[in-house]
Ligand binder design. Structure first.
Ligand code: ARG
Length: 597
């Protein structure tokens, strides 16, 4: 990512200044060294480069006397120009360079942020076209808790990249094609007897429907024969069969859309490009692989052998792209998908938000795409791995009592129930009218589920613990949302809005300064979260923001009598810019920020 002007965060700015000093002190080859600037307990920021550098200098010229890291630090500091940003530089310990940021500089950056609609978050100078593939449930199976994460994390990644100025294409790669459909359609017809009840049964419990169809397939020869013929008809594009297939897909889409809406996920029918979409170009893709001599016949099938991956026998691993019966598979479809996204959509970056159990599939897929020259344009493929949602009691994959995958809708119902109970327990339920209460419950339930999911690194597993999620303390949405409610209430009581509360910000108290410093890092946090496709970086930032605000709120009265006008106006303005940052950030995570709760 490259940007047009420096953002308000001190770290990249100081890193630039350090590189200049390093190059001036030790020669240009040291101009690229990372100065290792970190927040520290002893100062606002600390540069740790001197210790490593001293070692490096010793190695380069062993005849020299051992270099003292403190001296190295001094040589850097002597050439360091930071007076405009830093009020004090001190060398301590074995050679740490401690820096205190200047209050004037902090205030100037805050002013920049307050005055800017985008909170001084820079737009990418080189916007990319990014395909973010997420959610991707399978029509023939239930949408379960695993899809919850791929949906929520993907939605956040898409929102963040969009905010950074990239051209984002959301892509819901639903599993809407393949062998089960022959069986499902026949079962639907038998079940239905023309009444339409089969479709209801299918959506209301897809898992049970699938199981029953499968049991019938296994036990009933006649049925199995029909199912096979049906699959052939589907693949041959038989009109009537396609109509039944469309119905199954449509009812499923309707139930997905209801869930997306409930969760506030920005995915619509226009974003759906399921596996079936690529069906027609599969033969072409395989022909291309064959023409490149990348795919070769093996035991009747057509395979790509990847020498960098070892198969069971120790030889190169075969990846089947056309089965011996002429059918294609998951990998073939994914190869076609890459071609489409690169050739037709001109994607520069393709992010697959998919469970980490598919890691090997994507490693093989990406390797084939690379060797087949599908990525000639320099497009980058990334598997944004999603870890498991576990059961807090057992620590293993979350399952329902009957041992099946937990349905997403049931999970959300549970969250709503818990949020309702929490509101009643707190005794605040009566404070609001019916409609407000319902809105609060919704915001709390959806916020809790989404935020809990986004707080953990996406590739780590986490326990699904509703009680912890729906809490107003600790690392929870409720704590962060409640901080926002306080900010809004301060402004409301002061007769101001987030936009109108502008005034010179003073950072006298430690809590004011801490909060201010954290506000400077919003933009860089987004940039890093976008580059790594890691929304948890933003979630963590917002949790910290709520913490800094809460400390400020408790230590620095705003509305109390006896506060002088300048201080009051300053604190209002600080509240306002904090609120705008919080609301913008929460929105990028799809977490609602209620006005009251
Ligand atoms: N439908 C798949 C599943 O639920 C996920 C699709 C992943 N995306 C892909 N391009 N293969 O497991």
């Amino acid at each position: 990512l490259r940007f047009t002007e420096p953002g308000p965060s001190p770290v990249p700015l100081l890193a630039d200044r350090f590189r200049a000093a390093l190059s001036a002190a030790f020669g240009r080859k040291y101009g690229g060294v990372d100065p290792l600037i970190r927040p520290s307990q002893h100062a606002d920021l600390q540069a740790n480069v001197a210790m490593a550098l001293a070692k490096d200098l010793d190695q380069r010229d062993p005849r020299e006397q051992k270099r003292d890291p403190r001296e190295v630090a001094q040589e850097i500091v002597d050439r360091l120009y930071v007076e405009d940003v830093v009020s004090e530089v001190r060398i301590s310990g074995p050679g740490f360079i401690n820096m205190t940021l200047s209050d004037e500089w902090i205030v100037a950056q805050l002013k920049r942020i307050s005055a800017d609609e985008r909170l001084a978050v820079r737009a990418a100078a080189l916007p990319q076209r990014v395909v973010v593939e997420f959610s991707s449930p399978n029509v023939a199976k239930v949408m379960h808790v695993g899809h919850l994460r791929t949906t929520i994390v993907g939605d956040a990644i898409a929102r963040i990249l969009e905010f950074l100025g990239h051209d984002v294409i959301r892509d819901n790669h639903i599993g809407d094609w393949g062998t089960p459909f022959g069986m499902l359609i026949e079962y639907l017809l038998d079940f239905e007897g023309g009444t339409g009840a089969g479709l209801d049964a299918f959506v209301s419990d897809t898992g049970a429907f699938y199981k029953a169809a499968h049991a019938r397939f296994e036990s009933d020869e006649e049925f199995a024969g029909r199912a096979r013929r049906r699959l052939v008809a589907l693949q041959a594009g038989d009109e009537a069969t396609l109509r039944y297939w469309r119905r199954l897909v449509d009812v499923s889409m309707r139930s997905y859309n209801a869930l997306y809406e409930r969760l506030g996920v920005k995915l619509t029918d226009d974003d759906v490009k399921g596996e079936s979409f690529y069906n027609e170009i599969l033969p072409q893709v395989v022909d291309e692989l064959e023409a490149n001599r990348l795919a070769v016949p093996s035991d009747g099938a057509l395979c790509v052998f990847l020498p960098e991956f070892r198969g069971r026998d120790g030889g190169p691993k075969p990846v089947i792209v056309r089965k011996s019966d002429g059918g294609y598979n998951y990998t073939t479809t994914d190869l076609a998908t890459i071609l489409y996204r690169v050739d037709e959509l001109h994607a520069n970056r393709i992010i697959y938000v998919v469970g980490d159990e598919q890691t090997e599939h994507f490693e093989l897929l990406f390797a084939i795409a690379q060797r087949a020259n599908f990525l000639f344009s320099g497009a980058v493929l990334e598997h944004a791995k999603i870890g498991l949602v576990t059961d807090p009691r057992t620590g293993s994959k979350l399952k329902s009592r009957s041992g099946e995958a937990v349905k997403l809708s049931e999970l959300l119902d549970g969250a709503t129930e818990r949020a309702t109970a929490a509101l009643i327990e707190s005794g605040r339920g009566e404070m609001f009218d019916e409609a407000t209460r319902a809105a609060i419950i919704d915001a709390v339930a959806v916020g809790a589920v989404r935020f809990a999911d986004l707080l953990v690194a996406r590739d780590s597993k986490y326990p699904f613990d509703l009680d912890r999620m729906i809490a107003f303390t600790g690392k929870s949405a409720g704590f962060v949302q409640y901080a926002g409610v306080r900010m809004k209430s301060v402004l409301r009581k002061g007769g101001l809005t987030p936009e109108s509360a502008v005034a010179p910000i003073l950072i006298g108290a430690k809590e004011e300064r801490d909060l201010a410093l954290h506000l400077l890092d919003f933009g860089i946090t987004l940039e890093q979260a976008g580059a790594a496709a890691e929304p948890h970086q933003l979630a963590g930032y917002l949790y910290e923001l709520a913490r800094f605000f809460t400390a400020f709120y408790e230590a620095c009265p705003v509305l109390k009598d006896g506060i002088d006008e300048e201080t009051r106006a300053s604190r209002m303005a600080l509240c306002a810019v904090t609120l705008r940052t919080l609301v913008t950030g929460l929105d990028l995570l799809g977490v609602p920020a209620p006005d009251r709760m």
